[in-house]
Write a protein that binds this ligand. Structure first.
Ligand code: OGA
Ligand code: MN
Length: 295
């Protein structure tokens, strides 16, 4: 691990690694760190502080096996299992692969087994206790495109007019795996999956431990609790559209070796189809860390 201390260009906060903002609304790259080495408590805390400041962190030039990614992820909490299934019906392993390679042929395809990631969402909001952060390690990425978009929900909330903030206060949305599959036109949830992941209720405006508020929206939502179904969905669709306007979005252009982690509490994200999916492989290893109940 590097010994020199670098100050964030934005906040002036000191970090024990070189860090550089990647955009105005979120994102920073960290260089000169080898994540195969054990993480000291000091470095772990610095990563969490950087995550609070930048929301998306990209460690460049990493070369981790799945086991090493698993070990690195464990520094940040409990690793989540998945309700998602491969086409074969097999459950995703804990470190699983986000890919456009066909399960049978191993070749790139424009219609991979799931396409849910192309809609704005925050990971596992259909859990009672959703995800704190997600890590993707880029193994193979297209020469151009195949980006991931991140929308800053702290800024999106802040930008709302005061009367709209007041109207959202106290609203709760129902999130579920079943609704998620319907919203995205994916294979419907099975009865077993519905039993495994019953609907949950979360505030539409989340309050961060530091007191800041953010919108908690996305494709896993069914409807607004206690509101007419269609009316609630229309309200959230309109809010989502404004909250994901370009001015709130950081676009991550992947390089092979990137290990990118993001804060699901304050961001929405989605994959962009801006590459020729039937030609170029896009393969990333994914781990998800459990968070706390949204309040
Ligand atoms: C995810 C996800 C987006 C992407 O892994 O949770 O939404 O760009 N991925 O692959
Ligand atoms: Mn996701």
């Amino acid at each position: 691990m590097p010994l020199e201390t670098a100050a964030s260009a934005r906040s002036g906060r000191a970090y024990p690694f070189a860090i550089r903002p990647l955009g105005d609304v979120a994102g920073a790259e960290i260089t000169g760190v080898d994540l195969r080495e054990p993480l000291t408590p000091e470095l772990r805390d610095a990563v969490m502080a950087a995550l609070e400041e930048f929301h998306v962190l990209c460690f460049r030039d990493q070369d981790l096996t799945k086991e090493q990614q698993f070990d690195f992820t464990l520094n940040f909490g409990e690793i989540e299992g998945h309700v998602g299934r491969l086409k074969s019906g097999e459950q995703y392993p804990v470190v699983h692969t986000v890919t456009n390679l066909d399960e049978q042929t191993g070749l790139p395809t424009a219609t991979p087994s799931t396409h849910g990631n192309y809609f704005w969402h925050t990971d596992k909001s259909y859990h009672d206790i959703p995800s704190l952060l997600t890590m993707l390690h880029a193994i193979q990425v297209p020469p151009e495109g195949g980006d991931t978009l991140f929308a800053n929900m702290l800024l999106a909330y802040e930008a709302l007019p005061a009367d709209e903030k007041a109207a959202l206060d106290g609203l709760h949305a129902i999130h579920s795996w079943e609704a998620s599959r319907k919203n995205t036109g994916n294979r419907p949830a099975t009865e077993e999956q519905k039993r495994e992941r019953p609907p949950v209720r979360h505030p539409v405006v989340r309050t961060h431990p530091d007191g800041r508020k953010s919108l908690y929206l996305g494709m896993h939502i069914s409807h607004v609790d206690g509101m007419d179904y269609d009316e609630g969905r229309a309200l959230l669709a309109d809010l989502l559209e404004r909250a994901t306007a370009d001015r709130f979005v950081y676009r991550h252009a992947w390089r092979p070796g990137d290990l990118t982690l993001w804060d699901n509490r304050v961001l929405l994200h989605r994959a962009d189809r801006n590459y020729d999916m039937a030609t170029y492989p896009r393969v990333l290893h994914r781990t998800v860390v459990k968070g706390t109940r949204p309040v």
